[in-house]
Ligand binder design. Structure first.
Ligand code: HAM
Length: 420
C-alpha cells in the first residue's frame, strides 16, 4: 500500500524551492543590513516552554501543539513558533551580558495542529526576527519600517500594515474589567470558545472570527482607548516614527494577536484575497516574556511571516520569481573518445562554478539532444572522434539555432570570457 504525506504538510519540490530560496536570501540580506544575526534552535522543546511562553489560554497551547513523550518520559513539543525558543536561548546563553539589544533572525519550520485550508498548514515555514533589550518606540519603528522595506523590495505593494497597542499588564487589568462588564449580558450569544475566553482571557473576545461574536465585539471597549499614560505615549511615538519614515498604516483596534506574551505594540501585515488566512506577517512587543521564562527584566519585540502565505501574495500580485537554473552548455558526445573529452571539459567548467550538463546514462546522441532540450540548456556542443581529431566542434545556440565552429582547445576560455 502507498503511504501518503501527513495531512497539512507538503513536499516543496525543486520548482518551488527556487522561490523559497529567493525569499530566504532576500530576507537574510536585509537582516544583515539591519545588523541581525541568524540563530537556529531545536525543532522540539520542553512542552513547558510553550505553555508558559505562548500561554496556557491560547488556541496554540490548548488545541494545536504536537506534544509527545520521549523514551525517558519527558514531555516535548514540536515548536509552534520561534519567539519562545529565542527567548529561552537568550536566557540560557547569558545574552543579557552582551551589548543590548540582541538582534536575531531565524528561518524555521513550525508545527500547529490546525484545520487545514489554503494558507493554513500543520507544518509551515516562518521567517522571523527578535530584538531583545530595548523598550524604546524607536525599536518598534525600525523593525516595522524594515518589514515595509522588505515587502517593497520583493515587489509586494498591496500588503497593509495594521497596528494597535494592547497596553501593559497594568492597563489591561482595568480594561478587562470594563470588557467583562460590556459582555456580561451577551454571554448567551457567544460561541463556546468565547464563553471560555470571557472567563480566562477576555481580550481575545475581540479576535473571534465567528460572525455572531464579531458583531458583538463591534461596540466593545477597545484597549487603545484605555491605555495608561506611559503606553499611550509609547504608541504615539511609534505612530509618529512610522509617519516620519513614510510607512503607511491603519490603526486596527481589534488586533489582539493570538499569543499571550504580547504587550503594547502589536501589528500585522495583511493582504486581501489569498484565502481566509490573509495575515502574511504578525508581530509585536513582549516586554514581560524574558522574566516569565526566568530571565532578567529585558523587553523584546519581533515578528514572523509565513513563507507559504508570502509566496501566495507574490503570486497574486503577478510578481515573477526566478526559475530553476538552466545549464549554460550541454556537452553531447558520440563514442568513448568524445565522452572522455566532454567529461573533462564539463568537469573543468563545473570546478570554475559554471553550470553545464552531460549525459551519465549512456543515452544515444538523439536522446542526449532531447535531454539537452528538456534541461533548457542555452548552448549545445557535440563531441565525437572527428571533432577530437580535428580539434574543431560546432557550438549551437539552442534559442536561435545558430551554429558556430570553434576549436575545442578554446572552449573553456571562450566560456569564461563570455565569448561563445
Ligand atoms: P503568528 O501570528 O502565530 O505569530 O504567526 C506568524 C505568521 O506565521 C502568520 O502571520 C502566518 O503568516 C504564519 N502562520 C501561522 N500559522 C500558520 C499556519 N498554520 N500555516 C501557515 N502559515 C502560518 C508568531 O508565530 C509569533 N512568534 C510572531 C512574533 C515573533 N511575535 C514576536 N516575535
Amino acid at each position: 500500500m502507498r503511504i501518503s504525506i501527513p495531512k497539512g504538510t507538503k513536499d516543496i519540490l525543486p520548482d518551488e524551492i527556487v522561490k523559497y530560496r529567493y525569499i530566504e536570501n532576500k530576507f537574510a540580506d536585509i537582516m544583515q543590513n539591519y545588523g541581525y544575526e541568524q540563530i537556529r534552535f531545536p525543532v522540539f522543546e520542553s512542552t513547558e516552554l510553550f505553555k508558559r511562553g505562548v500561554g496556557d489560554t491560547t488556541d496554540i497551547v490548548q488545541k494545536e501543539m504536537y506534544t509527545f513523550f520521549d523514551k525517558s518520559g519527558r514531555s516535548l513539543t514540536l515548536r509552534p513558533e520561534g519567539t519562545a525558543s529565542v527567548v529561552r536561548s537568550y536566557i540560557e546563553n547569558g545574552m543579557s551580558s552582551n551589548t543590548q539589544p540582541i538582534k536575531l533572525f531565524y528561518n524555521i519550520t513550525a508545527y500547529r495542529y490546525e484545520n487545514v485550508q489554503k494558507g493554513r498548514y500543520r507544518e509551515f515555514n516562518q521567517l522571523g526576527a527578535e530584538v531583545i533589550g530595548s523598550d524604546s518606540a524607536n525599536t518598534d519603528v525600525e523593525i516595522i519600517a524594515m518589514l515595509n522595506m522588505f515587502f517593497k523590495k520583493i515587489g509586494l505593494n498591496d500588503l497593509m500594515l495594521n497596528i494597535n497597542s494592547i497596553g501593559c499588564k497594568q492597563c489591561r487589568k482595568e480594561y478587562n474589567e470594563k470588557l467583562k462588564l460590556y459582555y456580561s449580558d451577551k454571554i448567551s450569544g457567544m460561541c463556546e470558545d468565547c464563553k471560555e475566553r470571557y472567563q480566562r482571557n477576555p481580550m481575545r473576545l475581540l479576535d473571534c472570527k465567528n460572525a455572531e461574536c464579531a458583531k458583538l465585539s463591534e461596540d466593545a471597549p477597545k484597549l487603545l482607548d484605555n491605555l495608561c499614560p506611559s503606553c499611550d505615549e509609547h504608541f504615539k511615538k511609534v505612530i509618529k516614527g512610522l509617519e516620519e519614515m513614510g510607512v503607511q498604516y491603519v490603526i486596527n483596534k481589534k488586533i489582539v494577536r493570538g499569543l499571550d506574551y504580547y504587550e503594547r505594540t502589536v501589528f500585522e501585515f495583511v493582504m486581501n484575497g489569498i484565502g481566509a488566512q490573509d495575515t502574511v506577517c504578525g508581530g509585536g512587543r513582549y516586554d514581560g516574556l524574558v522574566v516569565e521564562l526566568g530571565g532578567s527584566d529585558a523587553p523584546g519585540i519581533g515578528f514572523a511571516m509565513g513563507v507559504e502565505r508570502l509566496l501566495s501574495s507574490i503570486e497574486k500580485e503577478g510578481i515573477v520569481l526566478p526559475e530553476k537554473a538552466r545549464p549554460l552548455i550541454f556537452f553531447a558526445y558520440m563514442g568513448e573518445k568524445g565522452y572522455l573529452k566532454a567529461r573533462e571539459l564539463v568537469n573543468e567548467l563545473r570546478s570554475k562554478g559554471i553550470y553545464c550538463e552531460i549525459d551519465v546514462c549512456e543515452r544515444s546522441l538523439k536522446a542526449q539532444l532531447k535531454f539537452a532540450d528538456k534541461k533548457n540548456a542555452k548552448y549545445c556542443i557535440v563531441l565525437g572522434d572527428n571533432e577530437i581529431d580535428t580539434n574543431k566542434a560546432i557550438i549551437k545556440n539552442m534559442l536561435d539555432q545558430e551554429s558556430k565552429e570553434v576549436s575545442i582547445d578554446s572552449i573553456i576560455n571562450r566560456i569564461i570570457e563570455n565569448k561563445i
